[in-house]
Design a protein around this ligand. Structure first.
Ligand code: F6R
Length: 242
């Protein structure tokens, strides 16, 4: 892993955006793995700025989002499809048919998970996977557990995850209880992974991710075994190499 520390979130957003842009510049039809939540909003803004300056095109790029809530209409502003449209897709020249977000309203969720994996298998591997991290160490919505899933699956969200995401809804009751998420196998197949971690309150989980034992109880700790992970953070953490 390579750890880049930034003094400000603005600097971090710019550097993260530049890395994603550089991948698309070097491979116009790059496959990008996308994340939602609070963490990537600023870096998506930076990507949009660069696009508006005419310095990058996403015409051939393809995207696959990590996850989507189950049972939340796509028209709901907090659906991850709506989030992606609002924060990125509506402002760049990516073709709508090249943007993929799991369908959390599919009548047969298991079939939807298989369809998503099949598409990823056909079009992947992902060139750059963007990740945020939950306070409990989840990536995508792969929650801490005794086992982790390799493939896309329907997950029951942990109560602390629902609590953390309550800030985007009117109340905890409105936060969906389930989501569809890419599995750890797919995430780990990405050629390069960019983990963005913002806010000192995530320093402890980032330390466990970087330096703790590799355990399914901290799904992000599996990233220690990936050959190309770049961590960008404004947290005060160290990466211990011995
Ligand atoms: C979102 C996702 C999640 C978030 C994580 C952190 O697509 O996959 O793993 O990255 O829950 O969320 P924020 O950025 O809101 O702290």
């Amino acid at each position: 892993m390579i750890l880049h520390k930034f003094k400000t979130q603005a600097d971090l957003d710019r550097a993260a955006a530049d890395l994603i842009i550089s991948v698309v510049r070097s491979k116009t039809n790059a496959v990008l793995g996308m994340a939602t939540g609070g963490t990537p909003v600023g870096l998506y803004k930076e990507i949009v700025k660069t696009y508006q300056q005419g310095l990058i095109s996403f015409k051939e790029a393809r995207t696959f989002n990590l996850d989507e809530y189950v049972g939340l209409p796509v028209t709901h502003p907090e659906s991850y499809r709506a989030f992606m449209q609002r924060n990125l897709f509506d402002h760049i020249d990516i073709k709508p048919e090249n943007t993929h977000v799991p369908n959390g309203n599919a009548p047969d969720i298991d079939a939807e998970c298989r369809r998503y994996d099949e598409m990823l298998y056909q079009q992947g591997p992902v060139d750059l996977q963007l990740l945020g991290i939950g306070h409990n160490g989840h990536i995508g919505f792969n929650e801490p557990d005794t086992e982790l899933s390799r493939f896309t699956y329907k997950v029951t969200l942990k109560e602390d995850t629902r609590e953390a995401n309550k800030r985007f809804f009117n109340s905890l009751d409105e936060v969906p209880t389930h989501a569809v998420t890419m599995g750890m196998g797919t995430i780990m197949q990405a050629k390069m992974i960019l983990l963005v971690v913002k806010g000192q309150e995530k320093a402890e989980i980032l330390d466990r991710t970087l330096n703790g034992p590799i355990t399914t109880q901290v799904p992000a700790s599996l990233l220690q075994t990936h050959p190309r992970v770049i961590v960008m953070t404004d947290c005060d953490v160290q990466y211990k190499v011995s």
